[in-house]
Design a protein around this ligand. Structure first.
Ligand SMILES: NC(=O)c1ccc[n+]([C@@H]2O[C@H](COP(=O)([O-])OP(=O)(O)OC[C@H]3O[C@@H](n4cnc5c(N)ncnc54)[C@H](OP(=O)(O)O)[C@@H]3O)[C@@H](O)[C@H]2O)c1
Length: 240
């Protein structure tokens, strides 16, 4: 039986690596993106995976988009809530807009992504929910009050959903990446990046594929009894 997987923000960065890995593992995959049509089209050309455009911060858009994905590839067995953004500023300079953008995308976006697929997973007595949190949700980070709040909140969602889904055959787990070499991290000034790397005992950034392998494990049958857990993949930068 071919299982299906939906990866939000799956057209670029970590999400693209996750999508490709799940496809390699035999899943029928669909991805979403927010607005970068060019990157999404290039990803679909390369992989043959359909990319759907909607804003995870909008519940109605998410519900309608998910209904379309299910009409196209079938009921969703695995959902990876990966879409996320940063809007960094020290707290005294952080605007309410920066706060709300990050909360709406990284926290409410997880609700909007999982809530529409949850009833179907309960009915079918199978589901894998995997949320991409962050080391900075575990430890906090200067100039990321908004981001750290969402990523810590995501862990609260995971631990609560794990309890709600356990009897219905649904597992919910988190992956907390450390600093990974994606556009999000490569966009920071080189000096800042060097100082970040100096704080990672492994002496390097992680690769998106290293996160993808964690997700693939959590999506697999081997991970059936793992529920409400967090896999930290951060090169020994932080121990939760
Ligand atoms: N990179 C790291 O070091 C790192 C570390 C820890 C955790 N993470 C987490 O890992 C996840 C992926 O990060 P990344 O570095 O791979 O990011 P990225 O390269 O910036 O890619 C982000 C993806 O999310 C999509 N997206 C953003 N906002 C969206 C929205 N409102 N609705 C729908 N899609 C949206 C983007 O679509 P468009 O292409 O259309 O913009 C893109 O596909 C995020 O949750 C991030 O917080 C990353």
């Amino acid at each position: 039986m071919t299982r299906t997987a939906l990866v939000t923000g799956g057209s670029r960065g970590i999400g693209a690596a996750i999508s490709k890995k799940l496809q390699d593992d035999g899943f029928k995959v669909a991805v979403t993106y927010a607005g970068n049509d060019e990157a999404a089209a290039a990803f679909s050309r390369e992989t043959g995976i359909e990319a759907y455009k909607w804003n995870v911060a909008d519940y109605d858009e998410s519900a309608a988009g998910i209904a379309q994905v299910e009409a196209d590839i079938g009921p969703i067995d695995v959902v990876v809530a990966n879409a996320g953004i940063t809007r960094d500023a020290p707290f005294h300079k952080m605007t309410p807009e920066q706060w709300h953008q990050v909360i709406d995308t990284n926290l409410t976006g997880v609700f909007n992504t999982v809530h529409p697929v949850w009833p179907g997973m309960r009915e079918r007595k199978f589901g894998r929910v995997i949320v991409i949190s962050s080391v900075n949700g575990q430890k906090g980070q200067f100039a990321q009050v908004n981001y750290a709040a969402t990523k810590a909140g995501d862990l609260g969602i995971v631990k609560s959903l794990a309890q709600e889904g356990a009897r219905a055959g649904i597992t919910t787990n988190a992956v907390c990446p450390g600093y990974i070499a994606t556009e999000m991290v490569m966009a920071v000034p080189e000096k800042v990046r060097e100082s970040i790397i100096s704080q990672i005992p492994a002496g390097r950034l992680g690769e998106p594929e290293e996160i993808a392998r964690c997700v693939a494990f959590l999506a697999s049958d081997d991970a059936q009894f793992i529920n409400g857990s967090t896999i930290s993949a951060n090169g020994a930068q932080f121990f939760a």
